[in-house]
Design a protein around this ligand. Structure first.
Ligand SMILES: CC(C)(COP(=O)(O)OP(=O)(O)OC[C@H]1O[C@@H](n2cnc3c(N)ncnc32)[C@H](O)[C@@H]1OP(=O)(O)O)[C@@H](O)C(=O)NCCC(=O)NCCS
Length: 162
C-alpha cells in the first residue's frame, strides 16, 4: 500500500463496516468502529503506520476496493475488508490468500485473527477454526463481540508450495 492510499483505505474500511457488518452489531458499535466523517488525524495515523503493519490494497479499474492488514511478526491478520459494491466476487479471498502467502514467506505457520461476527463464515470457508469468543473494548468504552479464529498454514499457503 502506498502512503497516499490511506484515505481510500479508511473509506473502504468504513463502507464495509457500515454496510456489510451493520446487521450483526448494534448501531453504537458500528458508529464507534467506523465513525464518519473520517478524521484527518485518522488518515494521518494510518498513513504513518507506526506499528509497521504489512498492508495491501486490492484495486479494480484504478479504484481501491479491498484492504488487508497483517502483523507478520505476531502471525495475526488485522484486517480484511471489501467495498460493498465489490463484495462476493472473490476479492476478500484474494486478499486473505495474499496475506497468508506473506506470513508463510516470513516463517509464520500459524495465523490468528479476531473475526467480526459478520466475517466468521468467510474465514471459516478459508479453513479458519473458531477458538473462542471475546469482546473488544472500543475507545469510548463500547464493547464489540469478536470470534477468535486460527489456521495452520499448509505448504500450499506459503512460498514452499508456490
Ligand atoms: C468478510 C469480507 C472481507 C468478505 O469479502 P468478499 O470479497 O465478499 O469475500 P469473497 O467473495 O472472497 O467470499 C468467499 C467466500 O466466503 C464466504 N462468505 C463471504 N462473505 C460471506 C457472508 N457474508 N456470509 C456467508 N458467507 C460468506 C462464502 O463462502 C464466499 O464464497 P461464495 O461467494 O462463492 O459463496 C467482506 O464481506 C467484508 O468486508 N465484510 C465486512 C467487514 C468485516 O467484518 N471484515 C472482517 C473484519 S475481521
Amino acid at each position: 500500500m502506498r502512503p497516499e492510499d490511506a484515505g481510500a483505505f479508511l473509506e473502504v474500511h468504513h463502507a464495509a463496516v457500515r454496510e456489510l457488518a451493520a446487521a450483526d452489531y448494534p448501531s453504537k458499535v458500528i458508529e464507534t468502529w467506523a465513525p464518519l466523517p473520517i478524521a484527518a488525524e485518522h488518515v494521518a495515523f494510518v498513513r504513518s503506520n507506526p506499528d509497521r503493519e504489512y498492508r495491501l490494497v486490492a484495486e479494480s479499474e484504478d479504484r481501491i476496493v479491498g484492504i488487508g492488514c497483517l502483523a507478520a511478526q505476531k502471525g495475526e491478520i488485522l484486517a480484511c475488508y471489501v467495498a460493498p459494491s465489490a463484495s462476493r466476487s472473490g476479492i476478500g479471498s484474494a486478499i486473505l490468500r495474499a496475506l497468508e502467502r506473506v506470513a508463510g514467506d516470513r516463517g509464520e505457520f500459524l495465523l490468528e485473527l479476531d473475526s467480526s461476527l459478520a466475517a466468521e463464515p468467510f474465514y471459516r470457508s478459508h479453513g479458519y477454526e473458531v477458538q473462542g469468543v471475546g469482546e473488544h473494548v472500543l475507545n469510548n468504552g463500547t464493547l464489540m463481540a469478536y470470534i477468535r479464529m486460527r489456521k495452520y498454514l499448509g505448504p500450499s499457503d506459503s512460498s514452499l508450495g508456490a
